[in-house]
Design a protein around this ligand. Sequence first.
Ligand code: HEC
Length: 146
Amino acid sequence: MRMWTRFLRMGGSATLLALALTLALADTRAVAAEEPEGQEGATQKPPPLMVQKLDAMQGALKGIATRDFAMIRENGDLMQRISLIDQWLKYPDTEYGNLTQNFRRAVENMIMSADAENLEGATLYFQNVTTTCLECHTFMREPKKQ
Ligand code: HEC
């Protein structure tokens, strides 16, 4: 907890923290509910891409909270790689592509701020990334117009 207190004193946004934590909790519940129990032939699979994406976000937040620019960059790079993997490209929808681009741009800006050791910038763009997560998820839940 002390780390968070320090983060807030450093000028980190409480809203940002609350948002990130809410997102983390909500998504963990969704994943748990999705997992079928005792599925035939189920083996140890690597964490699904979307869960890795969440891990990368948590890693970036930790980097911001501890002023660890290398950690921010590392997790930003991870997000960029994840977004390139096939699964992200399986939705040919144009709007999905746009949302992916918005996501990648926000991550790129966060990485550039980290490289410039600009903590305020990295924090701002972290918030932008969070917004693009939510925008895409909202879009995916909308009933499709035909
Ligand atoms: C461009 C679209 C897009 C963006 C941006 C996006 N996601 Fe997702 N996300 C998806 C889709 C599609 C699914 C569900 C389908 C699947 O799992 O392949 C999903 C599912 C998830 C899940 C699994 C739980 C659930 O609700 O189904 C998590 C966790 C997740 N995303 C985290 C994130 C995080 C964190 C970010 C931002 C760093 C993010 N996503 C950004 C498209 C996106």
